[in-house]
Write a protein of this length. Structure first.
Length: 485
């Protein structure tokens, strides 16, 4: 199997079975073949081998079918693998190009499935019992694609095809594929499936990532933005980006990420890739970061971009953002108080998180903390130039490695307090998160020594007083508490 590795074959099959575990029995022989010395990609391998098909979906939820001259059948374009195919998905794209004249660049992955097969159909082909010839068994691995821009021109293969059809889901020829399409949310409308970030500092410089010079990655040996592809576990593209940053550059935490633009890139398979580009401000030293992927991180002012090897689209993107930043007024810092004796209130955002046993997450603050040293407290932080929910999402990731989507957050309680006479008042807002990803981990050991789940009826001592008051209020169904007034 010179064109790919067995892990490249097993990966899509196992990912498919995670989604469709009831089909494990049908694919047992295929999995067994992947564990032996046989080549399941060779058309001569008996009793069965792999084929690949492309399921192209348009914006009217219709699927491309090829009308064959022989036999009158009209399947989705597909066929056997060839030596030049680098992966199963690449084989499906080649078959589509040959059968219908649609290039990979006219397609994009679906945000629902990404690169995972939508269907693996076991087909029994040919054979002659009278001659003692066994039937040939095909494991047809099918990948779904959306049209990137409307409907492309098609050129059916003249020797074997007489034309093409666009069939609605309920008229798709394959019963197994038809059932999965009807049960899906696939709508043919492309969405971003990758996320990247423009990281800039107060000097107007941009943080660029020099990629490894490997031929099988995007933009090898060039400067690029940090980011990567969405995975099926990601609930949003911001979650995708924060996960990718954690994998590529642990310790690079961006407080606020703002959507900036949607760009178009080309994948290693030649597919069109819509990319959601975020922007985030960071004033740090990239040399102090641990880089897990690529060669280096470097600050670069926009006027020097012409001296670097990077794509035209990345260069244009940075210049557009820099121009926008130059025109935008800088936020003015708020004064500590305004006239007339009015005191500005400090806003804090706090996370109320319960596990499946109803226990509440609290952190033990470092003994040297300026506030509440050696005391148990919520995961919390002060709001900067951001909303309270944005602050909560940022602090959860920075302090404990938890990824929380703003849509999964709801207000739970507020404590309006004054610690001591003459102190600035504080509005401590407590939010409940219904869903999150990650396990609590100590990521800022200078602030927190441990994260632990506690039964609300057996909280540790000492606990920050207003945190205990908020927990009691939430359990009692109240949304507001005053302390120290």
């Amino acid at each position: 199997m010179p064109w790919t590795t067995r892990s490249d074959l097993r990966g899509p099959v196992l990912a498919y079975l995670e989604r469709h575990p009831a089909e494990h029995g049908e694919l047992e022989d295929l999995l067994a073949a992947l564990d032996t010395g046989t080549d399941p990609t060779c058309r001569a391998t008996l009793p069965g081998h792999i084929t690949c098909s492309a399921v192209v979906i348009d914006r009217d939820r219709r699927v491309l079918h090829i009308q064959h001259k022989a036999g009158g059948q009209a399947p989705a374009p597909g066929g056997h693998l060839e030596a030049g195919d680098q992966a199963l998905l690449a084989a499906a794209l080649r078959e589509l190009s040959e059968a219908a004249g649609i290039a990979a660049g006219e397609l994009c992955l679906t945000p629902q499935l990404l690169g995972m097969p939508i269907d693996i159909d076991v087909q029994r082909v040919g054979g002659s019992p009278a001659k003692g010839e066994p039937a040939d068994q095909h494991y047809d691995v099918r990948f779904a694609f959306y049209l990137a821009d409307g409907r492309p021109g098609t050129t059916p293969e003249a020797e074997e095809a007489s034309g093409i059809e666009w069939r609605p889901f309920e008229q798709v020829g394959s019963p197994t594929l038809r059932a999965k399409l009807l049960d899906s949310a696939l709508d043919g409308r492309p969405e971003p499936v990758n996320a990247s970030v423009l990281i800039f500092d107060d000097q107007g410089r941009y943080l660029l990532h020099l990629r490894d010079n490997y031929p099988d990655i995007c933009e090898p040996g060039a400067f690029a933005l940090l980011g990567g592809g969405r995975e099926t576990v990601d609930r949003s593209l911001e979650e995708t980006l924060r996960r990718e940053l954690g994998e590529e550059v642990p310790g690079l935490a961006l407080r606020v990420l703002e959507p900036f633009a949607v760009e178009r890139a080309i994948s290693t398979e030649g597919l069109s890739v819509p990319v959601q580009v975020f922007a985030g401000r960071w004033n740090g030293d990239p040399a102090a970061l641990r880089l897990c992927e690529g060669v280096l991180l470097h600050w670069c002012p926009p006027e020097l971009l012409h001296r670097l090897r990077l794509s035209d689209s990345t260069r244009d993107l940075i210049h557009r953002h820099a121009k926008q930043q130059a025109l935008a007024p800088r936020p003015r810092p708020l004064p500590p108080s305004s006239g007339g004796g009015t005191a500005l209130t400090v806003i804090g955002a706090h996370l109320y998180l319960e596990d499946d046993q109803g226990r509440v997450l609290l952190g033990l603050r470092h003994p040297d903390s300026a506030y509440a040293g050696n005391t148990w407290h919520f995961l919390a932080g002060h709001c900067e130039q951001e909303s309270a929910v944005s602050c909560l999402v940022r602090e959860a990731f920075e302090e404990a490695g938890l990824v929380i989507h703003p849509a999964d957050v709801e207000f739970a309680h507020a404590v309006h307090l004054v610690d001591r006479a003459g102190d600035r008042p504080r509005m401590q807002m407590v939010f409940r998160a219904h869903r999150w990803t990650g396990m609590p981990e100590v990521r800022e050991p200078d602030k927190c020594l441990a994260w632990q789940w506690w039964d609300p009826d057996g909280l540790p001592a000492p606990v920050v007083p207003y945190a205990r008051a908020a927990i009691d209020g939430i359990r009692a169904g109240r949304t507001y508490t005053e302390l120290g007034w």
